[in-house]
Design a protein around this ligand. Structure first.
Ligand SMILES: Nc1ncnc2c1ncn2[C@@H]1O[C@H](COP(=O)(O)OP(=O)(O)OP(=O)(O)O)[C@@H](O)[C@H]1O
Length: 315
């Protein structure tokens, strides 16, 4: 069973298709990154998951509920730009919310104090929120989302617009939640953040999933090795004389070609047996940024399928 399961999900606003037959699954206890350019459909998907809007067609199940509103009490949500009453203190605000969620009296205060410690706001707990920095407000929003100990946490651009120190603080909190085994869905434009915080990702483009899967699998499947031949050799001639399968080749230049890392030993055997002189063999690590650029690049859609294969279960 999945914490979030979308099957052929479509959302049309008037005449605009914001999501088109989107299939995506988020496993319980994992941290999932939703990536995509502005207008890709990430917020629409989050709004559907939260039950703020309804799908035009397709199926959606959140924490086992087809009626996603029934899952609401078990979801913690942090908006990209949380809005607070600036005159109320952080502690008072959280106590008010804890009462609304049914945690009252001494237990409520204990729970709030614990949450304030957790997001490192204990020293400013009694100050009015209007005096908080943006980073503090974002941490308060996280505390608010965590108050009812949700099963699923949805973080929309959790570090957007924050200074590096504040970003780091938020990421540390998210790492802690991840280690506790919380299911987390993060929408972010920061690729290094997603690479560091997420077990799996989906890259969305124009309402569709372009690429998805586990971060490790995706990165490993895209590792390449650069082979630099002696200058008198043409890469094209060597590849054809050694009969190196086309699907192993990523790029080819005059005396250099890149191959999939997984094909390294096969290609090297051929090179040794063919007595081909090499200048160097260089592993080139791919980052999530490289994957992202390929997946969202229209030109890249026409490059060989091995460079852009969908490694995950989504389509
Ligand atoms: N309420 C709405 N009515 C009409 N069109 C909408 C509405 N909300 C979103 N859209 C359109 O749907 C598409 C997807 O928008 P969405 O906000 O889901 O993208 P996004 O990936 O979250 O973008 P961003 O990164 O900028 O937040 C866009 O073309 C947007 O203009």
């Amino acid at each position: 069973m999945y914490a979030i399961e979308c099957l052929e999900l479509t959302k049309v606003y008037k005449s605009l298709s914001a999501l088109q037959n989107l299939t995506l699954r988020v496993e319980y206890g994992t941290s999932f990154g939703l990536l995509g350019e502005n207008g890709a459909g990430k917020s629409t998907l989050v709004r559907l998951i939260m039950g703020f809007i309804f799908p035009t067609s397709g199926q959606l199940r959140v924490l086992g509920q087809e009626h996603v509103a029934l899952a609401h009490a078990k979801i913690g949500y942090v908006h990209e730009r949380p809005i607070f009453d600036p005159h109320v203190s952080g502690k008072r605000y959280l106590i008010h919310l804890s009462r609304l969620t049914g945690i009252r009296g001494v237990d409520g205060v204990k729970c709030v104090d614990e949450m304030l410690r957790r997001v490192n706001l204990q020293d400013v707990a009694n100050r009015s929120i209007g005096t908080y920095s943006k980073g503090m407000q974002q941490r308060l929003a996280l505390a608010q989302a965590l108050l009812a100990d949700p099963e699923l946490l949805i973080l929309d651009e959790p570090t957007s617009g924050l200074d590096p120190r504040s970003q780091w603080e938020i990421r540390q909190i998210i790492q802690g939640l991840r280690q506790e085994g919380k299911t987390i869905l993060i929408c972010s434009h920061y690729l290094s953040e997603v690479e560091a915080l997420c077990d799996a990702i989906a890259i969305m483009d124009k309402g569709r999933v372009k690429l998805s899967g586990s971060v490790n699998d995706l990165l490993q499947s895209k590792q390449v090795v650069e082979i630099v031949l002696a200058e008198h050799l043409s890469a094209c001639d060597v590849v054809s004389s050694l009969a190196i399968p086309e699907e192993y080749i990523v790029t080819m230049q005059a005396h250099t070609f890149e191959i999939q890392a997984r094909a390294q030993s096969i290609v090297l055997d051929k090179i040794v047996q063919g007595h081909i002189p090499l200048i160097s063999l260089n592993p080139l690590n791919q980052s999530l940024e490289d994957l992202y650029v390929h997946a969202t690049d229209q030109e890249a859609s026409s490059i060989p399928p091995h460079s852009l294969s969908n490694a995950g279960g989504a389509s």
